[in-house]
Design a binder for this molecule. Structure first.
Ligand code: CMC
Length: 428
């Protein structure tokens, strides 16, 4: 392959270096484009062809259905690692030794407390508030209670900021849910594993001991691993671009939570369940909803189908589909929603509209079904996604800051009015 790409504009030729990634992905380095061409830019709405950065964290190949964190396949990680090991791997680049993992967990537990005044902020939200909005606000509010900014050149300060947010975030998640359901707030237990403690904090009733169900712990561990990173998706790009202005870690994460909330991204898991419920209420006619999804005049989309990058299958969906079957049969869950989901999936996989456009079930088609089986309320599904994505966001923020990336600032092609003189209000 040539190491240069040539661009011709108005008979003038410009050369740009070709850069190759470690998995032989090819990119044209256009850093010098504006400077050498006198202001020409590229335009790419939705960034479908644009690499915003170089990154050594996650590799995915949408055609082959490959997803790897730091070189390790998602299949092996989901089977053999636990969420905290995966978090360490993403953030620090290597799987931890037992000693490193124990230390990491001990340090996280040291910070598993939030200022009690956070409860006052939580109190101010109406019960009807969506948990994602509450979580974004509380994550941002953490800055006010932890005002020291992180010196990104200090490994120690970086490490402290990371364990601090990993300790505090699950508390915010649990409190967001408990407040909505009128349950008292508490801080969990330091004697538990990271994921066990999350379940304990979410579900412990004041009047009884909470007994861990290993099926639920395993299922949640796996779900969090599957969601832990996904390279430069909408929320991760938001975290990186927010952090690129040197805004702090907590507010950058809060911006990521807001981006994740949308139904085309993390909000899809809630949207899938709501769609399945609506189909059930409407008599369970999946064919009707298939037709709506294909009708270009109808804004309805089959939620949980399609992916910007995966055009063959979503490897996370494959893993989670098996997990969903196991978990629901282990828990003895009988749910008519499941039959509707299976029916839709079968029809879509055989329908030329979906086959031609390479629209396959994505991770969120199944994750909501498991969360529901686990007793997690529908409006908390996207919050669970955020919990899983936290280490990914942290690692991407850390990479961006330690590589001293410049502030993110895209260009535009202006298509508005050219200059016109101001019109006095009486002449408009
Ligand atoms: N139902 C019906 N038609 C669809 C769907 C769908 N779910 N997804 C895409 N299409 C059609 C779309 O109308 C377009 O058709 P045409 O070529 O005739 O105009 C074609 O497929 C390509 O779609 P696109 O919108 O250009 O594709 P995209 O890469 O911009 O969008 C997506 C990807 C995930 C936003 C989209 O597939 C979608 O809206 N899916 C439903 C929401 C969803 O499940 N999101 C979760 C993604 S996985 C979790 C995560 O990582 O965030």
């Amino acid at each position: 392959m040539s190491d240069k790409a040539t661009l011709e504009i108005n008979g003038e030729k410009y050369e740009f270096p070709i850069v190759v990634g470690s998995e032989n992905e090819v990119a044209i380095d256009i850093k010098a484009l504006r400077g050498s061409t006198g202001g020409v830019i590229t335009i790419d709405p939705g960034y479908k062809n644009t690499g915003s950065c170089e990154s050594a964290i996650t590799f995915l190949d949408g055609e082959k259905g490959i997803l790897r964190y730091r070189g390790y396949s998602i299949e092996e990680l989901a089977e053999k690692a636990d969420f905290l090991e995966v978090a360490y791997l993403l953030i620090f680049g290597e799987l931890p030794t037992q000693e490193e993992l124990d230390q990491f967990h001990t340090d996280i537990k040291k910070h598993a407390v939030v200022d009690d005044d956070i409860k006052k902020i939580l109190d101010a939200f109406p019960k009807s508030a969506h948990p994602m909005g509450v979580l974004a606000s509380l994550t941002s509010a953490l800055t006010a209670f932890n005002p020291t900014s992180v010196n990104v050149d200090s490994d120690e300060e970086m490490y402290n900021a990371i364990v601090r947010i990993l300790g505090k975030f699950p508390i915010l998640v649990a409190w967001t849910m408990r407040k909505k359901h009128g349950m008292p707030l508490d801080y969990g237990s330091t004697s538990l594993g990271y994921v066990e403690n999350i379940l304990h904090m979410m579900f412990k009733r004041p009047d009884e001991e909470y007994t861990q169900n290993p099926i639920l712990v395993n299922a949640l561990d796996k779900l969090l691993i599957l969601h832990a990173d996904h390279e430069q998706n909408c929320s991760t790009s938001t975290v990186r671009i927010t952090g690129s202005s040197h805004a702090g870690l907590f507010v950058s994460l809060s911006a990521g939570i807001s981006a994740l909330w949308g139904p085309l991204h993390g909000g899809a898991n809630q949207a899938v369940l709501e769609m399945l419920e609506a189909i059930k209420e409407d008599g369970g006619d999946t064919k009707k909803y298939m037709s709506k999804a294909k009708d270009k005049e109808d804004p309805f989309r089959l939620m949980g189908f399609g992916h910007r990058v995966y055009k063959n299958f979503d490897p996370r969906a494959k893993i989670i589909k098996v997990a969903a079957d196991d978990v629901l049969s282990d828990l003895g869950v009988q749910d008519p929603i499941l039959d509707i989901a299976k029916g839709l999936e079968k029809e879509a996989l055989e329908d030329p509209y979906f086959v031609d456009r390479k629209l396959y079930p994505n991770v969120d088609f199944y994750s909501g079904i498991i969360y529901r089986g686990m007793g997690i309320p529908t409006e908390m599904f996207t919050v669970m996604f955020a919990l899983g994505r936290l280490p990914g966001w942290i690692s991407q923020w850390k990479e961006m800051r330690t590589r001293k990336e410049p502030i993110g600032r895209p260009r535009q092609l202006y298509t508005g009015e050219t200059y016109r003189p101001f019109k006095d209000i009486t002449n408009r």
